[in-house]
Design a binder for this molecule. Structure first.
Ligand SMILES: Nc1ncnc2c1ncn2[C@@H]1O[C@H](COP(=O)(O)OP(=O)(O)OP(=O)(O)O)[C@@H](O)[C@H]1O
Ligand SMILES: Nc1ncnc2c1ncn2[C@@H]1O[C@H](COP(=O)(O)OP(=O)(O)OP(=O)(O)O)[C@@H](O)[C@H]1O
Ligand SMILES: [Mg+2]
Ligand SMILES: [Mg+2]
Lengths: 267, 267
């Protein structure tokens, strides 16, 4: 079935969206069928994949409040094999609106299970049309991120090689444990991805060594370097891998995708 | 009286905390009396000013839920003239806890007004012991950021010179207008500060030009360069200005402080 992975870290600006877009594209490039859920009201994953604001008629907000099912909100992207459910700023109201709702933490999980069940009923592949679902989370441990973790098999944690980013890691792990203990017993840390690594900067090495000492094999071997082409790509509505597949950043995300598939096969 | 400024931007990792810490330190260095309110559950401003986790007994969370007044939660820092009310992860529960509370958007404003009134009653200076209050906001437009904007005279917007950061600017301005229209008629954009500017990268120039075309004089002349010493300082619990006052980043924040004072005098 589809493997659902939340891309989460409450620290801001660590590369969650960049990882969801580029890892998703690299997985699609090797034949996986990928769905990205943009669960951030900023809508950066939607923009980075070229979905114009005016084209976001049905969004993750509509799915969460039950106005439509997953399949109605899916849009294709310019990348073969990669689809998305976009987001708009409406999503920032979801938390307040769902506060009193029953099963508020399970809204996304319930919508995904219903979608996959409908796919099976129609005789489709066991996992529905997708082999991977990546959820781009907002910089917060709010109800949206809890929904993503409750709906997921694992969490991919992009970790910027900076001091403040390291500080938040233990809080994030505690939250994953809380969700595992109460809402989603199968949840694991699928992996930690070091991002914006700058070999000219001692701090990057210190953070990388600290994280590997703390989390061992959970940390991917592949490290994503700081690379200006990565930050230029979104202004063209393209993943870095499409905008410039030869640059160091794109090559790192391609390597990350194959390391992820190895890791998933080992499961 | 004390000028209250919220340091806000829902985009993550744009330099909010770095700006609150270093602008606060630079203002204190020229004789202003500064109070920083750490309104982010990550507690990065508290850590960056050397407040250990175990020393955070009374926090902004306690002030918001009315467990104590402002003066009880204030702690001094290693920087003369700079005090802080720290934060802990408890703050991440505040939004859900305050959902049903009366005047939930005014909790911080009410606490600050009561503090300043008590100061005046004791015969203290008109504005209480502080000339500036800087509020470090979380990467979200949630109730905490709304509380900060409702309590403030102006908003300082750190804006990273990157495409995704530019994308969120109009949403942030809409939110400031909403707060101005309903909760705090005196609220203005005090200024936009371009951060992590890298002159080797065309993107920085494009973003800087776009923002200046859009917001004109609201954008500070002073631009904060990307500078590794800035990201190293927090691991020593020191502001960059103290850790290395000669580096380009520190010099930029010192210049920003004097430009801010000029701007405030013009008010
Ligand atoms: N490896 C990299 N090299 C250079 N720039 C990068 C890299 N990864 C991400 N960026 C840039 O850094 C900024 C932050 O990345 P991104 O927006 O993906 O982080 P995020 O964690 O999703 O942020 P938020 O917390 O706001 O959701 C963006 O402008 C992005 O283009
Ligand atoms: N001018 C700069 N040069 C280099 N690094 C910087 C600069 N400003 C900030 N940083 C680093 O970039 C990262 C993001 O900055 P910071 O944490 O201040 O942003 P923020 O907006 O407060 O993030 P969040 O959205 O998580 O609250 C930090 O690791 C910080 O040390
Ligand atoms: Mg993002
Ligand atoms: Mg911050």
């Amino acid at each position: 079935g589809a493997r659902v992975l939340a891309v989460a870290n409450q620290k801001g600006g660590v590369g969650k969206t960049t990882t969801a877009i580029n890892l998703g594209t690299a997985l699609a490039a090797v034949g996986e069928r990928v769905l990205i859920l943009d669960l951030d009201a900023q809508g950066n994953a939607s923009t980075g994949l070229g979905i114009l604001r005016q084209a976001r008629t049905l969004t993750t907000y509509d799915v969460l409040i039950g106005r439509c099912g997953i399949e109605e909100a899916i849009q294709s992207t310019a990348i073969p094999g990669l689809s998305i459910i976009p987001s708009t700023v409406d999503l920032s109201g979801a938390e307040m609106e769902l506060v009193g709702a029953p099963r508020r933490s399970f809204k996304l999980r319930d919508a995904l299970s219903a979608f996959l069940a409908r796919g099976r009923a129609k005789g489709g592949a066991e996992g529905g049309p997708y082999s991977y679902v990546l959820i781009d989370c907002p910089p917060s441990l709010n109800l949206l991120t809890i929904n993503a973790m409750t709906a997921s098999h694992g969490v991919i944690v992009p970790l910027q090689c900076e001091f403040f980013a390291l500080e938040g890691l233990s809080q994030l792990i505690r939250t994953i444990d809380l969700v595992k203990g109460s809402l989603n017993p199968g949840l694991e840390i699928q992996g930690v991805v070091l991002t914006m690594y700058d070999r000219r900067n001692n701090l990057s090495d210190q953070v990388a060594n600290d994280v590997r000492a703390y989390l061992g094999d959970k940390v991917y071997q592949t490290v994503i370097p700081r690379n200006v082409r990565i930050s230029e790509a979104p202004s063209h509505g393209l993943p870095a891998i499409v905008y410039d597949h030869r640059c160091a950043g794109s090559q790192a995300y391609i390597k990350l995708a194959s390391e992820l598939i190895q890791r998933e096969r080992g499961i």
